[in-house]
Design a protein around this ligand. Structure first.
Ligand code: PLP
Length: 409
């Protein structure tokens, strides 16, 4: 087996994370839910409140300028990180869920109607399903789904037949948060575009693992959460191609998103401010910028390779155990996480016993009930990796799984 490619001394990287430093014996395998935060992110947030605290885009005073610089500087960082063509295409949101709701609500108001379809897949997180359900119910449009095949990949054979002039938008995850499947989104985007259909990519699970270049992908919308990419909770990004953001109506009304306001009507600010009503999460944006800077230093490609390798090691180790069933993920197109069940043992009980032994794993449906049902399950255990995990933790997990089984059988 190859050794992880990152040339970091593993102790060093963990040392950057106060939570991992505080609990040196804990094995944190829940980065798919949220990553731990490095010191540089915490320090950046702290600096804003200590030295730069003011509102943005308002004060003609030094603090106001520092706050605006912190906020807009982070927008520049995001813009470069995903290689957008214009910084106006980067909208700060409260997270992936918030960003998808923004797009779904905009589509509902302006582009969806009876006879139109929204094409999703059978492996979406509830965040990329429920907002579209609401949009469909309220507009009269219909939902359609690309099915998930037995090997955990998307069934794309009849994609072209599904894509027709009724489809108003395709919204898909790049990496499944349950299977770890990496979907061929470039191919899907090309096919959708050949029929003039826009595509939204849910990059919540991919942004910390796969270099994302929105221009190369030709994504129309791409969304992610700060807290899954080593940044703070309550932050997120909606990237939208300018022509699409221009077409969507504002999502929330209030200060900052307007140009002129009359008692009865208003006109809207330019992009991206049209979608950023009210005082934004300035400290959060600053922290998100610091997180992307941290990941740039570590190199997202190398972090992704490291996590992919850990994923393969864990899968091969679990494969040897007849009493463990892994959820499928296609070989050569999976990363970051492994979901599994233990014969005769409820995932919740197993997670509790593992927790007592110092292992943080997710148990439940991971906000993807339809996908679990697709495989005849109500839930599973999920081990998901971050840049700080190491192979030795997989050895410890395997020992702990044997003990857990003995204890609960
Ligand atoms: N999409 C995917 C694939 C996810 O894994 C998650 C969170 O687990 C989300 C969307 C929702 O992210 P958030 O809760 O940060 O809005």
């Amino acid at each position: 087996m190859k050794e992880p490619v990152m040339e970091l001394t593993e102790t060093d990287i963990r040392y950057e994370f106060p939570v991992l430093r505080s609990y040196p014996d804990m094995v944190y395998l829940d980065s798919g839910a949220t990553t731990q935060k490095p010191e540089s992110v915490l320090r950046r947030i702290d600096r804003y409140y200590r030295l730069e605290n003011a509102n943005v885009h308002r004060g003609i005073h030094a603090l106001g300028e520092a706050a605006t610089e912190a906020y807009e500087g982070s927008r520049d960082r995001v813009f470069k990180f995903i290689n957008a063509s214009r910084r106006e295409e980067i909208v700060f949101t409260g997270g992936t869920t918030d960003a998808i709701n923004l797009v779904a609500s905009g589509f509902r108001e302006s582009l969806l109607k009876p006879g139109k379809k929204i094409l999703l897949s059978g492996m979406e997180h509830h965040a990329n399903l429920v907002p579209w359900q609401l949009a469909a119910q309220r507009s009269g449009a219909e939902l359609d789904f690309i099915p998930v095949s037995d090997d955990g990949s998307l069934e794309l054979e009849d994609l072209e037949a599904r894509l027709n002039n009724k489809v108003a938008i395709v919204a898909l995850t790049q990496v499944s948060n349950v299977l770890g499947t990496v979907n061929p989104i470039d191919r899907i985007i090309d096919t959708a575009h050949s029929m003039g259909i826009p595509v939204l990519i849910d990059a919540a699970q991919s942004i910390s693992r796969i270099p994302v270049d929105v221009q190369q992908l030709k994504a129309d919308f791409l969304v992610f959460s700060g807290h899954k990419v080593y940044g703070p909770t309550g932050t997120g990004v909606l990237y939208g191609r300018e022509e699409w953001l221009d077409r969507l109506p504002p999502y929330r009304g209030g200060g900052d998103m307007i140009d002129t306001v009359d008692l009865h009507t208003s006109t809207w600010n330019t992009l991206p401010y049209k979608f950023e009503a009210g005082t934004p999460n300035i400290s959060g944006a600053a922290g998100l910028g610091a997180a992307l800077e941290w990941l740039d230093r570590r190199d997202v490609r190398r972090v992704g390779e490291h996590e992919e390798l850990l994923t393969e090691i864990l899968r091969s180790r679990l494969e040897e155990l007849s009493w463990i069933k892994m959820l499928p993920a296609p070989e050569g197109a999976r990363t970051g996480l492994v979901s599994f069940t233990i014969d005769g043992i409820h995932h919740y009980d197993a997670a509790q016993v593992l927790d007592k032994k110092g292992f943080a794993l997710r148990s439940g449906h991971h906000c993807a009930q339809p996908l679990h049902r697709r495989f005849g399950l109500e839930g599973s255990l999920r081990a998901s990796f971050g840049a700080y995990n190491r192979e030795s933790e997989i050895d410890r997990l395997l020992d702990a799984l044997h003990d857990t089984r003995r204890f609960l059988s």
